[in-house]
Design a protein around this ligand. Structure first.
Ligand SMILES: Nc1ncnc2c1ncn2[C@@H]1O[C@H](COP(=O)(O)OP(=O)(O)OP(=O)(O)O)[C@@H](O)[C@H]1O
Length: 344
């Protein structure tokens, strides 16, 4: 990656009175037994990652795996105990407090699971709040806030208080507020887990729509693989404070680096993740095709047609046939048996 907007090198976050014993020369060093004997929790350790500008990067893992702590380190809410977090190449932890505050206020936006709205402020007041903190004048901040309220579809509700809104609407206010400062980096920490499944899906579409429009860099935490698959460019899977693997959903499903990732992705919606390219077989010469599918098309989008056909479908890339998929390939996918991809 040429110029990541955000990068981590050897990041660790330790909790406990004796935590500093396990940091030497800015690096984390300690065996699990030593840490537990000293009563130290390594909420995050050994994290290296790079996030590209415009990327939607999802962090997944079970409860307690360190997702929120890592995001707190990435967003400079908390300093790591060891390692570096680089924002646009600058080390956030070596920065003067004032510069850090500027970056947090002007270049980062956050959305939380519990909405974190101010109950005594209206929708307009809540969305304008971060601009108020920045010292933006009233007329300007209200104009900007109204623009964001319109963007998230809440026009007409500017004067309502949070308690007068549904959960989904409250989270739209949270989203509008986090976007009001026009951040480069947008952090969303399990933003939709308090919402019911239908609203949750609607909000995922909302994030996708806003991302298409605003082209932010997104760091998104979720427990839900379906949610991750819908929105992520890449997914990091965390376990016990460490990142087990980073990859596209397809890479994680097809090439899990550890048994943990294999187990974690077992229930993943394979047909929504795998592409024609990943399941195709080499095309026999002179084959008679029932139709064509794009190499990058997800299986779910064409499985029906292919299953119903008595001949294979051609897999095409840039107009050229690069392989075939047939009924058998569909069954292989559904039972989790992948074929080797044909040379692409
Ligand atoms: N301030 C703290 N003091 C002590 N331990 C902490 C602190 N914050 C987090 N931890 C511990 O660090 C580990 C990681 O916590 P974290 O909240 O980052 O996990 P998570 O993956 O975000 O979990 P969840 O999905 O439940 O929010 C947990 O074992 C937690 O108890």
């Amino acid at each position: 990656m040429s110029h990541p907007i955000l990068a981590c090198r050897g990041v660790a976050k330790l909790y406990g009175a004796k935590a500093s014993r396990f940091v030497r020369d800015g690096r984390f060093a300690g065996a699990p037994e030593e840490l537990s004997a000293a009563g130290v929790v390594s909420a995050v350790r050994d994290v290296d990652l790079e996030i590209a500008r415009g990327e939607t990067f999802v962090i997944m893992g079970l409860s307690g795996s360190g997702k929120s702590t890592l995001v707190r380190c990435l967003s400079a809410l908390t300093p790591p105990s060891a390692g570096e977090v680089l924002f646009e190449g600058k080390n956030l932890n070596a920065m003067a407090e004032g510069d850090l505050l500027q970056i947090r206020r002007h270049q980062m936006g956050m959305v939380f699971q519990n909405f974190a709205l101010l109950p005594h402020l209206t929708v307009l007041g809540n969305v304008a709040f971060p601009l108020d903190v920045q010292g933006v004048r009233k007329a300007e901040r209200e104009a900007k806030a109204l623009e964001m309220i319109r963007l998230v579809g809440l026009s007409g509700r500017e004067g309502r208080f949070p308690r007068e809104l549904s959960g989904g609407q409250q989270q739209r206010v949270g989203i509008a507020r986090s976007l009001a400062v026009k951040p480069d980096l947008w952090f969303l920490d399990e933003p939709f887990s308090a919402l019911d499944p239908l609203i949750r899906r609607e909000m995922q579409d909302e994030v996708l729509r806003l991302q298409g429009l605003l082209k932010k860099t997104i760091v998104f935490i979720t427990h839900d693989f379906d949610e991750a698959v819908r929105i992520a460019d890449r997914i990091a899977i965390m376990k016990d404070g460490r990142i087990e693997q980073i990859g596209t959903a397809e890479e994680l499903v097809l090439h899990p680096a550890t048994d943990y990732v294999r187990a974690f992705t077992q229930e993943a919606p394979r047909a929504k993740i795998l592409t024609a390219r990943a399941v195709m077989a080499p095309a026999p010469s002179g084959a008679d095709f029932a139709g064509r599918v794009e190499a990058r098309a997800r299986i779910a989008s064409f499985a029906h047609e292919v299953e119903a056909a008595d001949r294979p479908f051609a897999v095409v890339d840039g107009g050229a046939v690069i392989g075939v998929v047939d009924r058998l390939a569909m069954i292989d996918v559904l039972v989790g048996r992948e074929r080797k991809a044909a040379a692409a």
